[in-house]
Design a protein around this ligand. Sequence first.
Ligand SMILES: Nc1ncnc2c1ncn2[C@@H]1O[C@H](COP(=O)(O)OP(=O)(O)O)[C@@H](O)[C@H]1O
Ligand SMILES: [Mg+2]
Length: 364
Amino acid sequence: MASVNLKELAKEFGSNRIVQGINLDIAHNEFIALLGPSGCGKSTTLRMIAGLESVSSGEVLVDGLVVNDLAPKDRDIAMVFQDYALYPHMSVYDNMSFGLSIQRVPKSEIHERVLAAAQALNIANLLDRKPKELSGGQRQRVAMGRAIVRRPKVFLFDEPLSNLDTKLRAQMRTEIKRLHQQVATTVIYVTHDQVEAMTLADRIVLLRGGLIEQVGTPDQIYNHPASMFVAGFIGSPSMNFVPGVLTQDASAVHLDCGPPVTLSLSTEQTLRYRAHGGRRVIVGIRPENILPASGRGEGGADLCPILDMIEPLGSDTLVFFQLGEAQVVARLPPSTRAARGTSMALQVDAQQLHLFDPGTEKAL
Ligand SMILES: Nc1ncnc2c1ncn2[C@@H]1O[C@H](COP(=O)(O)OP(=O)(O)O)[C@@H](O)[C@H]1O
Ligand SMILES: [Mg+2]
């Protein structure tokens, strides 16, 4: 186990500044997800931590020591990639033990470590097989086992589940989480999949264009997004964004759409947004914060839009409609009776609104 600190870490390829000065303190045994769209610099950051890529400026510290000039093998860090290249001619056992043999670890200890890792990963019955006799998920487990037996200070994962099908991904995700609970270590896990980041990480680091957009627990990132970028990236379907105006006294917001829609804010929200009274805003509404208004009667509804499209998902039903210029989606209970082309009385949970500055796109 080890702490990792990144100080003003930057990487340039020619004149392109790909990682633009990252500061991050990762605690012992913390599970950190580096999340962001393709090309935002996740792998480059991870490779600099591993020592596979040189650092243009700034520092990488492991357990308080600068490792910038240490070779990858001297950093006590193990990395698991998306394409986990196992040695095809070697058995699972040999694939897992190979690195330790090279380090001249005694045979009895190698045996102990391989068995312990194989048991944790549920592959103890596969140790004699060759990689070609394994499924994709089993191969991925062997690749993880190969990293675990080294007992590194830090584990780095770069999209390790990307090559697996949806069902297997979900299964392996649960197993990685269980494994981290069993084998406590510091983990830095790169993914573009927000579900993986939300479910696995103690803290999520959201990267955008080589810069940190927000760092926080999954709860903070989901419930208190710092910007429209974060708010839109996390959550599926994405948060709805509807332009509007905050009333002078900040007690309500008017949404920009045909028939007037006014959402009342709580006293707490009014106090929070008071300084912005009268300003134009972007109102962020998560799909699950729009509910059927039935039970309260049509009078209690905030909106009564005509539905453009219905997507029954089994566990939920998504309904799509237009609010002024904005396309909006609501996640409703599956029992909701909705039909395309008809209107539906809906209620917005205004306590859960997010307000953003239309210019900076930052949360107010
Ligand atoms: N060796 C390299 N030479 C030049 N550009 C690179 C190199 N490696 C990565 N890049 C560029 O850096 C950017 C970030 O890449 P990467 O860190 O792989 O992103 P991510 O893992 O977030 O998808 C991309 O635009 C990529 O094309
Ligand atoms: Mg990558």
